[in-house]
Design a protein around this ligand. Sequence first.
Ligand code: SF4
Ligand code: SF4
Length: 267
Amino acid sequence: MLDVIKSRLLQGYRTGKFPYQAPKLPARFRGLPLLDNAKCSADCRACEQICPVGAIQKRAEGGIVLDCGKCIFCGKCETACEAGVIRFSSNHDLAVFERERLLRSDSSYSYELQPRDLVRRLCGRSLKIRQLSAAGCGACELDFNVLNTLAWDMARLHIQVVASPRHADCLLVTGPLSKNMLLALKKTYLSMPEPAFVIACGTCPISGGIFAGSEAVCDGIEETLKPDMYLPGCPPHPASILEALLRFMGRQTRPVLDTKGEDTKPH
Ligand code: SF4
Ligand code: SF4
C-alpha cells in the first residue's frame, strides 16, 4: 500500500497545461491550411485532381478555394502542388461559427470568441454536452472521449458530457449522419431543453466527409439541423475540439493567437 501511495506521489500532476499553454502537437499534425494564391499557375489543376473528396476548386479569377468543411487533411494537395500554394500550418484552431468561413483562399486567420450574447450568457460558465455519433468511423468520438481522461480533463474547465439530452445545453454530433440515424438525431435534438445548440464535430457532420455521396448517408447534418459551430478535421485533434468548446462558450483562457495561430506571448 505504501508503495502505491509513494508511486502516486511521484507521478505528480499529469493533466496537460492546455488551454493555459499552447498544446503539444505531433510534428506531422496538419492544422489550418494557408494558401498563397499569387503563386498558383493558371493551367495547373494538380491539387484539384488529386483531392479525394473534391475539397478544392479552381476559381475563375485564378487561384483555388479549399473547403475545410470537406477536407480530410490528408495532405495530398500540399505534396502535389509544386508551386507551394498550399501549406498546412500547425495552427490547431479550426472551428468557425459560419459555414462560409470554412472556404479558404488565403492565409488569413482570426481568433473568434462566441459572438452571440445568448450562448455566452447560458454556456459561458459551464457547458453540458450530449454527444451523438451519427455513423462515421469512430475516430472523432475517440478524440472527443479523450478529453474526459486524466491527460485533458475537460471537467476542470466546467465542460461535461451528460447521459441524457434533457440535461444538455449542446448536442455535439460526429459522423456523416447515416439515414438510419436520422430519426435518432431528430429525437435527441427535440428532447433537449431550448435553446438547444449544435456543434458539428469533424468533417463528416459538416459535409459527409469520406462518406459523402453514399446512398446510406445524408452528407452531414446541415439539412436537418443548422450547426452553431463547425469544427473540421478528420478527426479533429483533442486540442482543436477543446479550443472549439472554449470559444463556443466565449471563454478566452490564455493570450490570444496571432495571425498565424501562434500564442502572442511566450509561456
Ligand atoms: S488535404 Fe484536404 S484539400 Fe488537400 S487533398 Fe487532402 S482532402 Fe483534399
Ligand atoms: S470526420 Fe473523419 S474521423 Fe471523423 S467520423 Fe468522419 S471519417 Fe471518421
